[in-house]
Design a protein around this ligand. Structure first.
Ligand SMILES: [Mn+2]
Length: 225
């Protein structure tokens, strides 16, 4: 379905990206990253949110470009992230739009023209990351910051035992990744929720003191997996 999503994106020019009302970090972070990925692909893309950007996410890259509105502007397609119905957006005007639904909830529904629902991932951000990779859009520091924030929102408080036994394939290199926590090494490769057994003793660091389950490992370690 990822291939279909990319195909539909390539066939269009003007996009609205949105998420549910009262958005959380995955909704906002994924939407900001998705719109930027579309920009890099040469598309017009605007994030439109019924409730705007919650204050704690207003320092994310691109957050100042988000349009707060009750209705979607003219577009060729709307990408809805983290929504099980169009009503979750609280936006009017979606009925006549071409809709692309990207979600990671088991409760996700096929309400759109294209529905990419993958309940095996922990955050919509992971799906957006896959989209970037397939579209050959580099995940730069700003996109990564949005995706990382989204991932942390959805995974930050879960105990490791409940996480899947595989690394989350969101890994990139950039400084000062998180708006809440700074990664000191500019060459740090941030990978969230890697089970410790996947890391050898020399590279495995304990969870950070906030209890969040990310690890910072060299790129060479990940490329060896
Ligand atoms: Mn989510």
């Amino acid at each position: 379905m990822l291939e279909r999503v990319l195909q539909e994106i390539r066939a269009r020019r003007r996009f609205v990206v949105t998420s549910h009302a009262r958005p959380d970090g995955d909704g906002i972070g994924s939407a900001l990253a998705c719109a930027q990925i579309l920009h890099v692909m040469g598309k017009d893309a605007e994030v439109v949110m019924h409730d705007g950007v919650p204050r704690i996410y207003q320092n994310l890259p691109f957050a100042d470009r988000v349009r707060q509105a009750d209705r979607v502007p003219p577009n060729d397609a709307v990408i809805l992230l983290e929504c099980d119905t169009v009503k979750r957006t609280l936006l009017d005007g979606l009925d006549n739009c071409f809709l692309i639904n990207i979600d990671h909830h088991a409760s996700g529904r096929n309400f759109a023209h294209v529905n990419w629902i993958d309940a095996t991932v922990m955050a919509t951000a992971e799906l957006v990351f896959r989209l970037a990779r397939l579209a050959c859009v580099p995940v730069d520091r700003d996109i990564a910051t949005c995706l990382y924030t989204a991932l942390m929102t959805d995974t930050g408080s879960r105990p490791d035992s409940r996480l899947p036994r595989r690394p989350v394939p969101v890994a990139t290199r950039f400084p000062n990744l998180s708006p809440q926590r700074k990664i000191r090494s500019e060459k740090a490769l941030v990978v969230t929720h890697i089970p410790c057994r996947r890391l050898d003793a020399s590279t495995c660091r304990p969870p950070d003191d906030s209890g969040r389950g990310w690890r910072s490992v060299p790129r060479s370690t990940v490329s060896a997996w």
